[in-house]
Write a protein that binds this ligand. Structure first.
Ligand code: IMP
Ligand code: ZN
Length: 365
């Protein structure tokens, strides 16, 4: 179990031991975790040590590692993305990708070393952006990650291939093609994700690739309306691909919700464009620490809970956000202002919704 800090730790430490036992025993699905954002700090430090044996860490890399170790403080969401070049400097070889993936899988899926019987989650859909470096092509990157994921049973782990908003049309095409080919070859690729700096990229040209992925039987999740700078056109382009799940959706307008979510009231119109209920991937610590929401009280999770709309509780990036699945669930159960003050029954219902939103439905087949 990762060491946690910040809002998740505050919520967890406010709970009585019985509540913690209850939360630990709940089967949880982690459906929104970025590989390179979820590497345990211990592994980052080991990789840094190894790296420094053959070439010196640049001052920028060394400084970011120190920030990750001591606790990153962000002024706004756009301060978050510059952390990744340092992490990528340490995970540029196939060996380092294998080590990192193994450590991430263990941290989510192996019973914790602190004596707790339950792993962080029962089921993990790990996502990652296939990266070409001077040591490997994108296909090799994905093969290394899948080799590690497939060490676990299909009931426990699967891969979502991310495309970054900054990618060129050719790059998106390649990532989606690789994902489809690997799925068709029996590898455990279950979906496509769109991620990256919300300020970057035009989503319109992405749509034909995303629709192709859906047509090939892959699930689709998209980071959407994560910042106030995301336009309606940006969200409309992503929603036009009929995603199965939405990451964050923090600033999605009421008009778009009414048009695209079958369970949200549609004032003044009888037409529903899609009549679907894409599950919202909620990452409470991530949103609080990136300051896209001011407080738990103001968090959009309340809107979705009130409308009985499907949600799943996720960690996003446990490395910079210093959280865990348990920590995020603690924020549901803890009393305000540390948590939402939900009942145990409601928390159990939320956990079940998460399991139901998995792209691979091993628990249902
Ligand atoms: P990777 O895909 O395994 O390399 O994980 C890190 C990448 O995930 C980052 O470079 C970002 O593009 C993406 N990412 C992580 N967290 C977020 C988020 O909250 N919003 C958008 N993209 C994110
Ligand atoms: Zn994310």
């Amino acid at each position: 179990m990762p060491e946690i800090a910040g809002p998740a730790a505050a919520a967890l430490s406010s709970l009585c031991p019985d509540d913690v036992i209850f939360l630990r025993s709940l089967p949880k699905a982690e459906l929104h975790a970025h590989l390179n954002g979820s590497i345990p700090i211990k592994t980052i430090l080991e990789l840094a040590q190894e790296h420094s044996h053959y070439s010196a860490l640049t001052p920028e890399v060394a400084e970011t590692i120190e920030r990750l170790r001591s606790g990153v403080i962000l002024n706004e969401i756009f301060d978050f993305f510059p952390l990744f070049p340092a992490i990528y400097a340490l995970t540029s070889t196939p060996e380092a990708v294998a080590i990192s993936t193994r450590a991430v899988l263990q941290s989510f899926l192996n019973p914790a070393s602190d004596g707790a019987e339950n792993p962080q989650c029962a089921y993990l859909e790990l996502r990652t952006t296939p990266r070409a470096t001077k040591y490997m092509m994108r296909e090799r990157y994905l093969t290394v990650v899948l080799d590690e994921i497939e060490m676990y049973p299909a009931t426990q782990a699967a891969l979502i291939v991310s495309v970054d908003r900054r990618m060129s049309d050719l790059d998106v095409e390649e990532c989606v093609r690789l994902a489809i080919e690997m799925k068709n070859n029996g590898r455990r690729v279950v979906g496509i994700d769109v991620c990256g700096n919300p300020r970057k990229g035009d989503m319109q040209p992405f749509t034909r690739h995303l629709s192709r992925a859906k047509g090939a039987g892959l699930g689709l999740t998209v980071h959407i309306a994560e910042s106030t700078e995301n336009t309606t056109e940006d969200s409309l382009a992503l929603l036009s691909c009929r995603p199965d799940r939405l990451g964050h959706a923090t600033f999605l307008s009421d008009e778009l919700k009414a048009l695209f979510f079958a369970d949200i009231p549609q004032p003044g119109t009888e037409c529903s464009l899609l009549s679907e209920c894409p599950c919202i991937e909620i990452c409470l610590s991530s949103n609080l620490l990136c300051k896209t929401v001011a407080s738990l009280d103001a968090h959009h999770i309340r809107y979705y809970l009130k409308n009985d709309h499907p949600i799943v509780i996720c960690t996003d990036d446990t490395l910079p956000f210093r959280t865990s699945c348990l920590g995020e669930y603690a924020m549901l159960l803890a009393q305000p202002p540390l948590g939402l003050g939900l009942s145990r029954d409601d928390v159990a219902r939320v956990a079940r919704m998460g399991m139901d939103a998995a792209f691979l439905r091993p628990h249902h087949d």
